[in-house]
Design a protein around this ligand. Structure first.
Ligand SMILES: C[S@@+](CC[C@H](N)C(=O)[O-])C[C@H]1O[C@@H](n2cnc3c(N)ncnc32)[C@H](O)[C@@H]1O
Length: 354
């Protein structure tokens, strides 16, 4: 929703947990910067970019890395920033006026702040050509949503950032999305899971699918909900209790489950949150017995979801039909169903024998 620009709260007004969040994000960004002379511009979020640039400069100074904070209102000094500086100085600028005038051929690192839209100027999406995307919808709780592998392997930032993103959403998830539960039940019914089987909901969140999964496998089946975010599992207790389901803390990329140990995997809204969706499909295949089922679901179709997030729908997205057909085939699945109208995304696959 459009509104007034949100300015960042002063550091002193943050709670300890919020300051730790800011520190963690700034440390990830500082760690991602290449060695040597580096230029960084913070773009997007017009009202916040200067403060984030200041905080990054403070972080770099505190870590002992020389830093030149380019603060001129117009980038007239851009060519001079190296003069008299240590060779490994990081130049930090902010704003679109600086972005358009890089101090060398191009900026070494472009950071995009994703903020709520202000008037007609939305700063959603990823920002074109950006290396790092920081979500600032809650100005007390920044979260890195994208950091290019060119700078640093995702293993260095993905866990803390993914957990941080979902941790603050867990308590209100069901209030916000509770109306979708009938859509989950319909999807599970349509998936036609084997009665008495073992089904795991990977990335179960607050466990909205667990009651429907219990109905599908019956009282002799086994239902497990697994999630990366402890706060989500806390919120999942009510649904889990109702569904007599076990809850597991774990990472979909490295599941604490034996090879071929489950009959079906249900994953709603998970795959696009994994840094490497195809590797994720491979891990889901590993735990599924030959002939077992995969159900990928979301209570909005891809186009509707992209529109809601203010981003274009790309044909090479992991859940687009052709990429999903190929990635499932490469990871031991055969895609058996694909439906992507506005009101849901629903794809099924069967675990191949080989
Ligand atoms: C969009 S939410 C969907 C939650 C739930 N499936 C639903 O439909 O309501 C994605 C969930 O995946 C979890 N998640 C993200 N990355 C994960 C990973 N690597 N392993 C397990 N869970 C993950 C998040 O914590 C979050 O609960």
């Amino acid at each position: 929703m459009a509104g007034e620009p949100v300015s960042l709260p002063a550091w002193q007004t943050l709670t300890d947990e919020q300051s730790r969040r800011w520190t963690e994000v700034l440390d990830h960004v500082a760690d991602a910067l290449p060695s040597g002379a580096v230029s960084v511009v913070i773009d997007g979020g017009a009202a916040q970019a200067a403060v984030v640039a200041d905080r990054l400069a403070d972080t770099l100074h505190a870590s002992g890395r020389p830093c030149a904070r380019l603060t001129e209102p117009t980038p007239a000094m851009a060519d001079d920033w190296r003069a008299g500086r240590a060779p490994d100085t990081v130049a930090v600028a902010d704003g679109s006026h600086w972005r358009g005038r890089p101090p060398t051929v191009e900026w070494d690192v472009v950071v995009w702040l994703r903020t709520p839209p202000v008037g007609r100027a939305a700063t959603g999406g990823r920002g074109p050509g950006c290396d790092i995307v920081i979500d600032l919808h809650d100005p007390t709780w920044p979260v890195i949503r994208q950091l290019t592998d060119r700078l640093v392997p995702h293993d260095r930032w993905y866990l803390s950032e993914s957990r941080a993103f979902f941790a603050i959403r867990a308590a209100t998830w069901d209030t916000k999305f509770g109306d979708d539960m009938p859509a989950y039940a319909a999807a599970v019914t349509e998936a036609n899971l084997t009665t008495g089987g073992v089904v795991v909901d990977i990335g179960c969140g607050t466990g909205r699918a667990l009651p429907a999964l219990r109905d599908a496998v019956g009282s002799h089946g086994v239902v497990v909900g697994l999630d990366l975010t402890p706060q989500m599992l806390t919120a999942a207790r009510t649904h889990a209790q109702r569904a007599a389901a076990d809850l597991l803390l774990g990472d979909a990329r490295n599941l604490p489950l034996a090879d071929a140990s489950v009959d079906a995997v249900f994953a709603a809204g998970l795959l696009t949150h994994l840094p490497d969706p195809e590797a994720g499909l491979g891990e889901l295949a590993r735990i599924t017995r030959p002939g077992g089922r995969l159900v990928l679901f979301h209570p909005s179709g891809r186009a509707a979801l992209a529109a809601r997030h203010g981003r274009p729908l790309r044909p090479d997205e992991p859940l687009a039909q052709a990429p999903l057909r190929h990635s499932t085939a490469r990871t031991g699945w055969q895609l058996t169903g694909y439906d992507d109208p506005p009101h849901r995304f629903f794809a099924t696959a069967t675990r191949r024998n080989t």
